[in-house]
Design a protein around this ligand. Structure first.
Ligand SMILES: [Ca+2]
Ligand SMILES: [Ca+2]
Ligand SMILES: [Ca+2]
Length: 129
C-alpha cells in the first residue's frame, strides 16, 4: 500500500508560492511543511489550521471551479492521496467533504499522542514511516 504523508500535502502549495531563486530546497521537508501550516506559530498544527490547508489545496486543485476535483486535477497538488479510497461514493471525483474526510483520517493517524494537534515530531515521524 502506498504511503500517505500529510507532510507532502502540507508542502504542496509551499514550493510554487515562495519563489525560491538560487537555492533549490529539498523536495519535501516536513519541518518546513509544518511551519507553513502552523499559522499562529505555536508549534502545533490544530485541526483548524489543518482544515484551512486542505480547503486551500482543494480550491487550488479545482481549476475549473465546479466544486469537485478529479484525480488529474488533484495529482498536481496532492500526489500521494489514495484517490480511490477517498472517493467514498465512487464517482471518480472528490467533493470537499470527501477530501476533508480522507485527510482528517491521516491527521488522526499522525496524531500519535491524541492531542488533537500535530507537533513537528509527529509530522516528521509520519513523513519517515
Ligand atoms: Ca498552530
Ligand atoms: Ca466522489
Ligand atoms: Ca499530537
Amino acid at each position: 500500500m502506498k504511503r500517505i504523508s500529510i507532510a507532502l500535502l502540507m508542502w504542496a502549495l509551499l514550493a510554487p508560492a515562495s519563489g525560491w531563486s538560487d537555492e533549490i530546497p529539498p523536495p519535501y521537508d516536513p519541518r518546513a511543511a509544518h511551519a507553513a501550516t502552523d499559522q499562529n506559530h505555536n508549534g502545533e498544527i490544530s485541526r483548524e489550521e489543518f482544515e484551512q490547508r486542505i480547503i486551500q489545496i482543494f480550491y487550488f486543485a479545482d481549476v475549473d471551479k465546479d466544486g469537485f476535483v478529479t484525480i488529474g486535477q488533484l495529482k498536481a497538488f496532492d500526489e500521494d492521496l489514495l484517490f480511490e479510497t477517498a472517493d467514498g461514493d465512487g464517482d471518480s471525483r472528490l467533493s470537499l467533504a470527501e477530501f476533508l474526510a480522507a485527510r482528517f483520517e491521516n491527521f488522526r493517524v499522525a496524531d500519535t499522542d491524541g492531542s488533537d494537534s500535530l507537533s513537528v515530531e509527529e509530522v516528521v515521524e509520519d513523513f519517515n514511516k
